[in-house]
Write a protein that binds this ligand. Structure first.
Ligand code: 3PG
Length: 186
């Protein structure tokens, strides 16, 4: 069960909305609008002061079959808080060996970010096989993912960064892409 079964989470959600909340009052309505669009997950980024409060509000809605995850995870302390809040998944913009044991021991599905082949190799050495490809549009997008598919045939990706309504389906057509993420969905 690699990365606490991240592939199981990703395989449920073809698109993952990435949301930066600036107001705690927006959480419920945003989630309702996602559910109306038949999107049953949200990645709340830890980029604003109220981010954890927003995660807590989202969890308290107690929605069945809706996964609340956090994004922009860059410290062990954030992973501890994610455990307290029992989020469904954690997303990091990068990959870092010192954070690896915290992610593994959290028992929460997690996906680290990579952009280059060397970072994929670092991840493989940690026995990981599923990565956020970020920022996809600045690191060759679809062309890079096709090359990574040849070089790393067992690795799967969730590209994010600069993906749009118009481009997301071309990413999803790639055999090594499970899901795509981005803010265009909000
Ligand atoms: C992120 O983590 O910032 C996501 O990749 C969102 O990127 P986007 O706003 O370009 O979709």
């Amino acid at each position: 069960m690699t990365q606490n079964n991240i592939r199981q989470i990703l395989s449920k959600h073809q698109v993952i909305p990435v949301v930066n909340f600036n107001n705690v009052n927006d959480v419920e309505q945003t989630i309702e609008s996602l559910i109306e669009k038949k999107i049953n997950c949200i990645e709340i980024t830890l980029r604003t002061e109220m981010a954890f409060e927003c995660v807590s509000i989202a969890k308290k809605l107690n929605l069945n079959n809706f996964d609340v995850g956090i994004g922009t995870v860059v410290t062990a302390d954030q992973i501890r808080k994610a455990m307290d809040l029992e989020v469904s998944f954690m997303v990091s913009p990068g990959i870092n060996e010192k954070l690896a044991p915290y992610f593994e021991e959290s028992d929460i599905a997690f996906i680290p970010g990579i952009a280059t082949p060397s970072e994929i190799i670092m991840g493989k050495q940690l026995n990981w096989d599923t990565f956020k490809f970020f920022p996809a549009h600045l690191f060759g997008g679809i062309t890079s993912l096709k090359t990574y598919g040849q070089v790393f045939p067992d690795v799967k990706f969730c590209p994010t960064g600069g993906i749009t309504e118009d481009t997301h389906s071309s990413y999803l057509d790639l055999h090594n892409v499970i899901s795509v993420g981005g803010s265009w969905l909000i």
